[in-house]
Design a protein around this ligand. Structure first.
Ligand SMILES: [Zn+2]
Length: 459
């Protein structure tokens, strides 16, 4: 009851609502209160910083590792003042030193600054999030064809809410520190280009606080739903990537489906990001075919992302090594939600071989999955639990999966971020260092994008 009373008191001072969130998050001692406060945070007002040139004091930055032999045993930090101007960090200064006393200054309260997080696989255009709770029954044996039939009925029901819910999802992921994202967007005969138009309208409104690429996603099969002309219209309308989907299980013609996908990308000079859920042997064949296609087509080098790629979990260590070497040479990216089921993706092996692995939310409460917290730090924590022997060094490195491999310290413990002229896109976290943030999924208190405070508060 004490917590409830406290919460009411906080809420009664609506201007301080977000401070309450930070405080509850920071104490984290009462699950109910923290959960309630979190929900308030996600919908609560964020403090406004209108200045384009200002100081941010009391920012905790990582400064180096303390080591025992080769292994970091703890992380050194220091409090600094950042000078932020026109969306960039223009200088790191001694704490509370204000060369120009006329500029406004804010106080980060000693919170740890980490690079902005990146949710690189999300579906902002279809979710139940932001509406009433809903979970769908998908009994064992439900096929992707069943799901396509379900979508044909469900999508028109969701469409009136697309913009409102996309905005709420963006609020959610910003509250977790993500300001950079890649969203898949349904392109199929049921939705036409409506989801794309709705998503583009939302992203235009949110541009100052959120950068998001769009993948035109032929969810009902590129060939099966005969949506190549729609996909080409989506490219002309400004989608950034050509999507794809299980070329054997859905389209029933692996080579033709993949060739069509790549041809659209080449014609419009776009990248490709394909949903590949298929497992052995069709999935392995598809991965091989795509790697071969990129090897033969220099214009596709660095332009292919394989999302999920569950087939990689069916290969043995030598096969993964061989394929990963070729993928790294072609700068092929893997986007993974870090699945925790029976499939154990070789994510560490891929990264060790130089494949860029990024993570994302995928579903946040939708008809595919009732889960999804929109939290990339949670993904880094999952990655750490599944793939590393935890110590200060390895935990701090695991953060990279959440941040596009931007890390405050390099492997030797030298500060490589932030540097002058870096974008002022970062998250303030109630933690003493990256390793703790990953291990504890520490509460976030404020999120900045290009110098704009987009969620939370500083004082
Ligand atoms: Zn997806």
């Amino acid at each position: 009851m004490k917590e409830n009373k406290s919460r009411r008191e906080f809420i009664s001072q609506s201007g301080k609502m977000v401070t309450a969130c930070a405080l509850f998050g920071a104490t984290g001692s009462v699950a109910y209160a923290a959960e309630t406060a979190k929900n308030t945070c996600e919908t609560g007002k964020t403090m406004n910083i209108t200045a384009k040139h200002y100081y941010l004091d009391n920012v905790l930055l990582e400064a180096g590792f303390n080591v025992d032999g080769d292994v970091a045993t703890s992380t050194r930090t220091e409090l600094k003042t950042l000078e932020i101007q026109d969306g960039k960090i223009v200088a790191l200064r001694d704490n509370k030193s204000h060369a120009d006393s006329a500029l406004p200054h804010y106080d980060a309260g000693g919170k740890l600054m980490l690079p902005a997080m990146r949710d690189m696989h999300i579906h902002l255009d279809k979710t139940f999030y932001g509406g009433p709770w809903r979970s769908l029954n998908r009994p064992a044996g439900t096929t992707i064809q069943d799901m396509i039939r379900l979508e044909q009925k469900l999508l028109p029901e969701l469409q009136p809410y697309t913009q409102e819910r996309a905005e709420k999802l963006i609020d959610l992921i910003q509250s977790k520190g993500s300001t950079i994202a890649r969203s898949h967007c349904n392109i199929e005969p049921t939705s036409g280009l409506k989801n794309l138009e709705n998503l583009q309208a939302v992203l235009a409104r949110r541009k100052p606080g959120f950068d998001c690429e769009i993948v035109a996603f032929p969810q009902h099969g590129l060939l099966l739903s005969k949506c190549e002309p729609l996909m080409r219209e989506a490219m002309q309308a400004g989608a950034h990537y050509v999507g794809g989907l299980d070329p054997t299980n859905v389209d029933g013609a692996m080579e033709k489906s993949l060739d069509t996908m790549f041809q659209i990308a080449l014609d419009y000079d776009k990248g490709v990001d394909i949903h590949l859920h298929e497992t052995s042997p069709a999935g392995v064949a598809a991965v091989n075919y795509m790697v071969e296609t990129v090897e033969k087509t220099p214009a596709l080098k660095g332009k292919l992302t394989i999302s999920h790629g569950f087939a990689l979990a069916t290969l043995n260590e030598q096969q993964v090594d061989a394929l990963a070497t070729r993928m790294a040479a072609q700068q092929i990216t893997v986007a993974s939600t870090v699945p925790i089921g029976t499939l154990h993706m070789p994510l560490k092996q891929l990264r060790d071989k130089g494949v860029f692995v990024m993570t994302g939310t995928d579903s946040v409460i939708d008809h595919w999955s009732p889960y999804g917290l929109g939290d990339m730090l949670e993904k880094a924590n999952l990655y750490a639990q599944l793939y590393i022997r935890p110590n200060e060094q390895t935990l701090s490195r695991a953060l990279g999966i959440a941040t596009g491999n931007v890390l405050p310290l390099n492997d030797k413990g030298e500060r490589v971020w932030p540097k002058a002229q870096d974008a002022a896109s970062f998250v303030l976290v109630d933690a003493s260092c990256s390793a703790e943030a990953v291990a504890r999924i520490s509460p976030r208190t404020a999120t900045f994008h290009n110098g704009n405070l987009v969620w939370g508060t500083v004082s």
